[in-house]
Write a protein that binds this ligand. Sequence first.
Ligand code: ADP
Ligand code: MG
Ligand code: ZN
Length: 616
Amino acid sequence: MDNVKPPKKPLIFYYALVMVIILALNMLVMPMMSKARVQEAPYSQFLSQLSEGIVTQVEIQEDKIVYVTKEGEQRARFYYTGSMEDSNRIAERLEKYPDIIYGKVIPQKENTFLSALLSWVFPIVLMIVVGQLLMRTLTKKMGGSNAMSFGRSNAKVYVAAQTGKTFSDVAGQDEAKDALKEIVDFLHNPQKYKDIGARLPKGALLVGPPGTGKTLLAQAVAGEANVPFFSISGSEFVEMFVGMGAARVRDLFKQASEKAPCIVFIDEIDAIGKKRDTNMGGNDEREQTLNQLLTEMDGFDGGKGVVILAATNRPESLDKALLRPGRFDRRVPVELPDLAGRIAILKVHAAKVKTDGVIDFDAIARATSGASGAELANIINEGALSAVRAGRSAVSQRDLEESVETVIAGYQRKGAVISPKEKLIVSYHEIGHALVAAMQKHSAPVHKITIVPRTSGALGYTMQVEEEEKVLMTKEEALDKITTLTGGRAAEELIFSSITTGASNDIEQATKIARAMVTRYGMSENFDMMALETVSNQYLSGDASLICSAETASRVDGEVLETIRKAHGQAMEILKQNIKKLHELAKYLLEKETITGEEFMKILNSPEDGGLEIQI
Ligand code: ADP
Ligand code: MG
Ligand code: ZN
């Protein structure tokens, strides 16, 4: 919004203001006006007017004289003056003017038309003016520009390449780009499609996890399309007045069909497109808005060239009616990037910063498996920031590697004070993970081990990086992963015979994997291929809910526990067999604080240096 918001005053303030003005008018101005007709005059004036012969009427009161004058065609005027002489004297004077009427002077009412105007019309006019002002402030608050534009959508219209984004800004996501290119092409060249008799989908729905570039893709479409591009966010439909959402939808589509061919983009459509349900507390306003959207989408002619794009990361929550053919019948998945995609995204963003020497994008991309485009963009930016912090003028490979960790685990807590004893525990814990990982067949190689605390709360961590991109996980790999996760705690038990809270994150992750193995991956003998859980929103939290009886649930718990217990035992076994290496590596890590995978493997593979133990 461009204009400064007027200070918010409650509605009641304006009404009170109007009431006060009306009261003031009636109590002060009106009486004054009627009184103003009777003017005070000095006695000498009375006498001179009397001698001029223009006095027409006189009333003698106890202490004053009220009189009326009339000069030719002029209106009668009313005066009063203090009586300076005794009444006999006055009577004597007045006898000279036989035309004067004696008696009660009733000051004539002011011109009735004017007074009616003032006492009735004026307040009404005032009311309307204040009402208008009020309306204007309210509509401004809602982002509208026109005073009477209640219910106008404030969809931003982008034309041509105003977003400054094109498909070349979107790396990876080739399938999504292909699907959208077709739409852009249709808008440029509808005849080609009409000749064959093809009908393009009315709407396309971009679905995928947050940060994968859905909004970016829509902006790129705007940049490429060269047609008007209306962009609005789902939440903007549902605003402060009931009925506004539906009005906005109507208006948006009216504007769009006037401007056809064009693209309408509704970001975060789940804000209005949620399933309508019969539960208590359903949101009427949202449902009305959704109904209006459905109606509008049915109403316009697909051949006209209005294409609707929408984006969401909660497709499962969308109303079925939105997804049926003829509405959003095309679904464009925008998934997390694979290795090639991550490399491409890193390159697109690295092109915007100055880099130093050759950057090994492959290494960075492999270390960031599962990262979204937004996170990768952030890694490049963090790298640039850390280069600036270090007083350098270009981003180096090291900056990027450091920023991968920053994004994964938070900043280094340089000032954190950790006692030597605790540092030692953390050191053994991390080597425990690394050693168990290294000694198993199905674990990813160790890439880096560090005991520098991070702002995320981690006191250290072991980073493993797969040699190649994996899309599937075997049962063996899953079990090895759990075993690796228990390795930290196992090392603590083995060396210190006591345990710490440091393993809480490991426990959580191990449980998650073990649970998924039983309930979703069919990796337990007891349950075979029975689904015991469904994932409710795959792109966000990935929360799952049980779909089995309570009895089965408790058996699932037993099985999960058994899996973890077995893994824990195995980790303990591995560490016992390699206890010398455990000591050696822990000491080395304690000294260096951060070691690479190569250093780790070198020590692990070197002949044992006989009985070096650390005093605890
Ligand atoms: P979404 O709408 O899917 O949540 P955005 O489109 O807002 O995600 O993406 C956020 C930012 O992440 C973009 O502005 C861009 O800098 C970066 N980004 C995401 N995906 C990509 C991609 N495929 N290529 C280049 N940059 C990307
Ligand atoms: Mg978005
Ligand atoms: Zn751990």
